[in-house]
Design a binder for this molecule. Structure first.
Ligand code: TPP
Ligand code: MG
Length: 344
């Protein structure tokens, strides 16, 4: 058993690259990253508070800790590219440029929400921003993202489809069917595995025979790279290369982002599967926002006062979103079944 585990964990040949190596990034990009990640964090903190106050119902999965992944990947995208993900989706909406008011209103089940208050935390959509959801069934977004890649190719566009999924989702059967088709048809699909180490309370090592999820596409000939998902600069660089690979018609590519979630799986999580020390160690040593803050200060690109001003600004945006959500009316009862079934 021990030998089998050891073998499965051996470093893959040629798939793990040093992404932390010097990647050039402009001060403007670093500041953009900082602001975007901070917006996600403050938004999620506010969503957590509102949930506690009973202003948000149903399920709610926060993205705190994982901010660098969506921020870096989105930076590599252009208008017309499409994104699809699972239920941990508020950050993906924010990164796609959706108004935080529409997202918070959706969380609170209000008519002004992006899904008219009928989708909630797990079913958010903003097709105008290229965001195709928000899906609650683990792994189900992967065939959808593959289909979006097919649509881009069918229309002879050079747009790219990005599909995010978790380490747990990576074990779902439909993922493999989708990967096979994407490779067979050379689809422009970037698969981003957000490996936050746990699927609810199950660690990757307890659920996956091979821990290096970047190798998931190997049997279909899909190249994979493992990336430090807490380092937004590394994420941005890896994503830019992957998107370029797709735009050039080279077919699908897979990125495994090594990340970590600070909060519980959802708002109800007994947290018995990991220690507090484990969480605080990551927060102290690898926090994605702190890393960028330090880099900005060290490189003399900004000072504490300028960063505090960004923080203040971001907090105001989030406070406004929360106020807007609470002031918005609930959907009209007559709207209940509209848009729920095709043609309705
Ligand atoms: C098909 C299916 N099986 C089980 C569930 C229950 N479930 C919800 S989230 C989850 C864990 C998924 O973990 P992962 O893919 O690592 O994503 P993360 O929550 O870590 O972002 C499970 C098992 C579900 N929603 N859908
Ligand atoms: Mg996970």
């Amino acid at each position: 058993m021990a030998t089998a585990k050891k073998k499965a964990r051996a470093k893959p040949q040629g798939t793990r690259e040093a992404t932390r190596a010097a990647v050039t990034v402009t001060p403007a990009t670093l500041l953009d990253y900082y602001r975007q990640m901070l917006l996600i964090r403050r938004f999620e903190e506010k969503a957590g508070q509102m949930y506690g106050m009973g202003l948000i119902g149903g399920f709610c999965h926060l993205y705190i800790g994982q901010e660098a992944v969506v921020t870096g990947v989105q930076h590599a995208l252009e208008p017309g590219d499409t994104v699809v993900t699972g239920y941990r989706c508020h950050a993906h909406m924010l990164a796609a440029g959706v108004d935080p008011k529409r997202i918070m209103a959706e969380l609170a089940g209000r008519a002004a929400g992006s899904s008219k208050g009928k989708g909630g935390s797990m079913h958010m959509f903003a097709l105008d921003a290229g965001f195709y959801g928000g899906h609650a069934i683990v792994g189900a977004q992967v065939p959808l993202g593959t289909g979006l890649g097919f649509a881009h190719r069918y229309r002879k566009s050079d747009r790219v489809s990005v599909t995010y999924f978790g380490d747990g989702a990576a074990n779902q059967g439909q993922v493999f069917e989708a990967l096979n088709m994407a490779a067979l048809w050379t689809l422009p699909t970037v698969y981003v595995i957000e490996n936050n180490q746990y699927a609810m309370g199950t660690a990757v090592s307890r659920a996956s025979a091979v821990a290096e999820l970047c190798r998931r596409g190997e049997s279909f000939g899909i190249p994979g790279r493992q990336v430090d998902g807490m380092d937004v600069v590394a994420v941005g660089a890896a994503a830019a290369a992957a998107v370029e690979h797709c735009r050039k018609g080279r077919g699908p590519i897979l990125l495994e982002m090594m990340t970590y979630r600070y909060r519980g799986h959802s708002m109800s999580d007994p947290a018995k599967y990991r220690s507090r020390e484990e969480v605080s160690k990551v927060r102290q040593e690898r926090d994605p926002i702190e890393q960028v803050r330090e880099r900005l200060i060290e490189e003399g690109q900004t000072d504490d006062a300028a960063l505090k001003a960004i923080d203040k600004d971001v907090k105001a945006v989030v406070a406004e979103a929360a106020e807007f959500a609470q002031d918005s009316p609930e959907p009209d009862a007559a709207e209940l079944a509209v848009g729920i079934l095709a043609g309705a």
